[in-house]
Design a protein around this ligand. Structure first.
Ligand code: BG6
Length: 286
């Protein structure tokens, strides 16, 4: 338990000198969020252990994405459009707006607006807001996007969560039976999942379309429930022993230390008329 005098948050210099907010829930839970990308890099539920993977080789510089935690993917998932992979929101400096304690929980809000640079890449004025709600063994992350420009806009998006796992071979994602998926690791072919559980014996890079609102990350010593609202799809990714060594901000064996389960809107891109707002939430229950 935090003492009543313990602060709700601190704003300090994190790795690479980048500004980092640490949020403390009244129940003792803690999360760290870099303003670079509004990227959550740590989640420790009250009395528990770190739930997120963070690469020791992550760059922490203003022009590269942070590797681990929850990268915010907007306005383009992957290479599905003209922008660089996964869009630009994870590369931009977000603004910390507010934090408050609500009973046993704490929340913090971050905001991002289009800039001259973003409009050069993608000519749409937007207001993005990321709300982090922490406490009661949960972390709920909500991304809201408002079209503040004069023309309709379309985007894809994801909360690209890196879960730390202790034993990859014994880890599964459950509740997938019957779901259609596109397999990027098998030439972008389309399939239907027959088994309820997906294991990680090799490269996994799948977009599950219209995925269940609740999935379960099952490990020998713990489970994490993963709920999503507003994001129709789920991406599951692990680069395996083959691809991991080709990624400079990961150590060659890091694939053994994480599984990404991403709440995503890809199959049906989000379309917003001028003034319209969309939001999606990923809630993790330890
Ligand atoms: C996943 C994609 O969401 O993100 C993978 O499905 C990609 O294809 C991975 O390799 C990591 O992307 P990045 O840009 O962070 O290296």
């Amino acid at each position: 338990m935090n003492s009543p005098s313990q602060s709700l948050f601190t704003l300090t210099q994190g790795a690479g000198g980048l500004p980092k907010l640490t949020l403390f829930a009244p129940d003792g839970a803690r999360a760290e969020i870099y303003l670079h990308g509004a990227q959550i890099t740590s989640w420790v539920p009250a009395g528990g252990a770190e739930r997120f993977f963070m690469s020791r080789n992550s760059q922490f510089s203003s022009d590269t994405p942070i590797r681990g935690g929850i990268p915010v993917i907007f306005p383009q998932f992957g290479t599905t459009g003209p922008l660089a992979q996964h869009g630009f929101a994870r590369l931009m400096e977000w603004e910390f707006m507010s934090a408050q304690a609500i009973a046993t929980r704490a929340s913090a809000v971050f905001s991002l607006r289009d800039t001259e640079d973003s409009r050069r890449l993608w000519d749409y004025p937007f207001a993005a807001e990321l709300t982090v709600l922490l406490g009661d063994n949960q972390l709920a992350v909500t991304l809201a996007i408002t079209n503040i420009g004069p023309k309709p806009m379309t985007f894809t998006s994801a909360l690209h969560t890196y879960f730390a796992v202790a034993d990859l071979a014994a880890t599964t994602v459950e509740n997938l039976a019957g779901i259609q998926y596109r397999d990027a690791a098998a030439g972008w072919t389309d399939h239907q999942q027959t088994q309820p559980a997906l294991g990680f014996m090799g490269e996994v890079n799948r977009i599950y379309f219209n995925a269940p609102a609740e999935l379960c990350l099952s490990e020998p010593t713990r489970t994490t429930l993963i709920r999503s609202e507003g994001f129709a799809d789920t991406v599951i990714w692990n680069p395996s022993a083959t691809k991991c060594p080709t990624m400079p901000d990961l150590e060659p064996t890091d694939y053994q230390r994480f599984v990404c389960v991403e709440a995503a809107a890809i199959g049906n891109p989000i379309e917003l008329a001028p003034g319209e707002r969309w939001q999606g939430t990923q809630t993790l229950l330890a």
